[in-house]
Design a protein around this ligand. Structure first.
Ligand SMILES: Nc1ncnc2c1ncn2[C@@H]1O[C@H](COP(=O)(O)OP(=O)(O)OP(=O)(O)O)[C@@H](O)[C@H]1O
Ligand SMILES: [Mg+2]
Length: 313
């Protein structure tokens, strides 16, 4: 659905996106992660034909980004929830959507049906006649999501759609994204929320001007765990951890950090599969009663922080 080769954007001397080669498949939710200024919004703007690319190639479905004759076709195929919401503040919620629907050439019936459907799904139907300028940030954000969908695009770009939302609204939007995924829509999601990325995305790309990694969340975690990244053993005790247990653990070879939280011991190890027996023995010797032992791999957060710190601009 999206394919880029060496896509690059420079603003004067600043390279915002450097040589991005990426593929997003049809029906996939692709999460784009990266620190502030990484080039995520710039990438989305290029793909949505809002700004020109400096070099490289990008295709959306069968169309060429940057080819004037294809720009309108691409725009019809895509919807964009931009990072700044930009609604008509003096129009009602309903009229904002109706206006965009007309702009996209939707029929009256299609507009009516879709406005009701999306406003209802996002919990804004009761507010349809209220003026958008009076909406809270979160309500505006949801209205922008409905607006991006009014012409039933196959591909939806969302630039931090839950950034302004309270936890409950963020969940509504995440569930909404999962619903769109069931409808086989392709979604390109810029986000800073690693937990969100893990929950809704099939694959993730980590950008810091250059693309640092792509893969499913599990693939990224596994790559870090097996590539010498920290693995941990988490031991739950039947009692509070004691200083004797800590001292015993710290004497073992291959043990990195040991952290304690009540009856939970979190031990960093070079090879937990081999070292767990010694860990258990040390705890039992110090008088501990073990409830459970689990090996924890690297989290998506570990992967993200490692990649961005090592490869960051
Ligand atoms: N119109 C512009 N003119 C000049 N520089 C720009 C312009 N737009 C973006 N940039 C620069 O390009 C870089 C990438 O910005 P971009 O907005 O794409 O980052 P981002 O990954 O979306 O960051 P954030 O997470 O903060 O939204 C930044 O250094 C930014 O200052
Ligand atoms: Mg951005």
């Amino acid at each position: 659905m999206i394919e880029t080769k060496g896509l690059t954007k420079r603003f004067g001397t600043l390279t915002a996106v450097d040589n991005l080669t990426l593929k997003v498949n049809e029906g996939e939710v692709f999460g784009f992660l990266g620190p502030n200024g990484a080039g995520k919004t710039t990438t989305v703007r290029m793909l949505c034909c809002l700004i020109s690319k400096t070099s490289g190639e990008a295709r959306i479905a069968d169309y060429d980004v940057g080819k004037e004759a294809d720009a309108l076709k691409i725009r019809k195929l895509i919807g964009l929830v931009p990072d700044t919401v930009g609604l008509y503040d003096d129009l009602s919620a309903y009229d904002n959507l109706d206006f965009y629907g007309k702009l996209y050439g939707c029929t009256e019936t299609q507009r009516k049906e879709n406005i009701q459907r999306f406003l209802t799904m996002l919990g804004l139907w009761e507010k349809r006649d209220a003026i958008a300028g009076t909406f809270s940030k979160g309500m505006k954000q949801k209205l922008a999501i409905a607006r991006a969908l009014i012409h039933e695009p196959e591909l939806l770009f969302m630039d931090e759609p839950t950034a302004n939302l309270d936890p409950e609204s963020a969940k509504t939007v995440r569930d909404f994204i999962l619903g769109l995924k069931k409808e086989k829509k392709t979604i390109f999601l810029n986000t800073h929320n690693l937990d969100e990325a893990q929950r809704v995305c099939d694959r993730i790309g980590i950008l810091s001007t250059k693309l640092l990694a792509t893969g499913t969340p599990q693939e990224l975690e596994r790559a870090l765990s097996s590539g010498g990244g920290a693995r941990r053993t988490v031991v739950l005790l039947q009692e509070q951890a004691t200083d004797a247990m800590l001292a015993g653990l710290r004497q073992l070879t291959g043990v990195g950090s040991v952290t304690v939280e009540g009856n939970k011991l979190d031990v960093t190890l070079s090879d937990p599969d081999k070292q767990n027996a010694a860990v258990i023995e040390a705890i039992v010797k110090a008088g501990g009663h073990i409830q459970s032992v689990t090996i924890a791999g690297a989290s998506l957060e570990d992967v993200y922080l490692k990649l961005v710190r090592e490869g960051g601009s």
